[in-house]
Write a new protein. Structure first.
Length: 220
C-alpha cells in the first residue's frame, strides 16, 4: 500500500491537462495498466456496462475533433485518446439477453441465482430508481458506472506521472454518428459516456483550487 503523502501528492499532481506534448508517448505497459484499473473498477450490481475505445487513428481523431469542441487541443496532441462507451437500455434492462449471458458465463450464476438477481434488479429499476420510465434514464445510470472507471483510470495515470483530462464537450449525436460510421458502437448498442485524453503536460500546471473540507463535509 502507498503512504498517505504519496496519495495526496498524486491528487495534487492530477489536473485537467489542456494540451499535451505531442512528442511524448505513453509506454504500452503503462497504458495497459491504466486500462486494467478501469476493468477492475466497481459497477452497480457488478454489471460492467462499459467499453473502452482507444482512438489512435489520426483520421478518426480528426473526424471526432470536428464535433468535439472540448478536445480541440487534446485530440491532436494526446498520446492516447479514450472514449468510454456505455451499453444502452436494450442491454441493461433487468430482462435483457446480454445480462442473462453475463450472469451465467461471466459471473457463474446458476438458474436459481439468476432468477433471484433478475427479480432484485427489476425492483431496483422499476420502483427504486424508476429507470424504466425512459430509456434515457437507464442509459444515464449506466454512464454513472462508467465514471467510476474513469476516475480510477485518471488516478492510476497520475500515480504513473501521466496527465489526463476528462472531456464532456462534444455533440453527443454527431460524435456517436462518427463512431457508428466507423463500426465501433455495434450499431448503436453503445453510446458515449465520456471521453478522456492521456499524455504528458507541455505547460506548467495551474494552481489547484478546491473548496475547504469544512464547506463540503457534514457529519450526521
Amino acid at each position: 500500500m502507498i503512504d498517505a503523502q504519496t496519495l495526496l501528492d498524486t491528487f495534487h499532481f492530477r489536473h485537467a491537462c489542456k494540451s499535451f506534448d505531442p512528442g511524448r508517448k505513453i509506454d504500452a505497459a503503462d497504458f495497459d495498466l491504466i486500462l486494467e484499473t478501469g476493468r477492475l473498477s466497481p459497477a452497480s450490481f457488478g454489471y460492467e456496462p462499459w467499453r473502452f475505445l482507444v482512438i489512435q487513428n489520426p483520421d478518426l481523431r480528426e473526424k471526432l475533433k470536428a464535433v468535439t469542441w472540448g478536445a480541440q487541443t487534446h485530440l491532436p496532441t494526446a498520446s492516447h485518446f479514450l472514449v468510454i462507451l456505455s451499453r444502452r437500455a436494450a442491454d441493461m434492462r433487468f430482462d435483457s439477453p446480454w445480462l442473462d449471458q453475463l450472469m451465467r458465463t461471466g459471473m457463474g450464476f446458476d438458474d436459481t441465482r439468476v432468477a433471484q438477481r433478475v427479480a432484485r434488479f427489476k425492483t431496483f429499476q422499476e420502483q427504486d430508481f424508476h429507470l424504466l420510465d425512459d430509456d434515457r434514464y437507464l442509459f444515464e445510470w449506466s454512464c454513472r458506472q462508467c465514471y467510476i472507471a474513469l476516475g480510477n483510470m485518471m488516478t492510476a495515470a497520475a500515480l504513473r506521472g501521466i496527465d489526463s483530462c476528462a472531456i464532456e464537450g462534444y455533440d453527443q449525436a454527431l460524435a456517436e454518428a462518427v463512431l457508428n460510421d466507423a463500426g465501433l458502437t455495434e450499431n448503436g448498442r453503445f453510446g458515449i459516456a465520456v471521453m478522456c485524453a492521456f499524455g504528458y503536460r507541455i505547460k506548467p500546471q495551474t494552481p489547484k483550487t478546491r473548496q475547504p473540507l469544512t464547506d463540503i463535509v457534514r457529519w450526521a
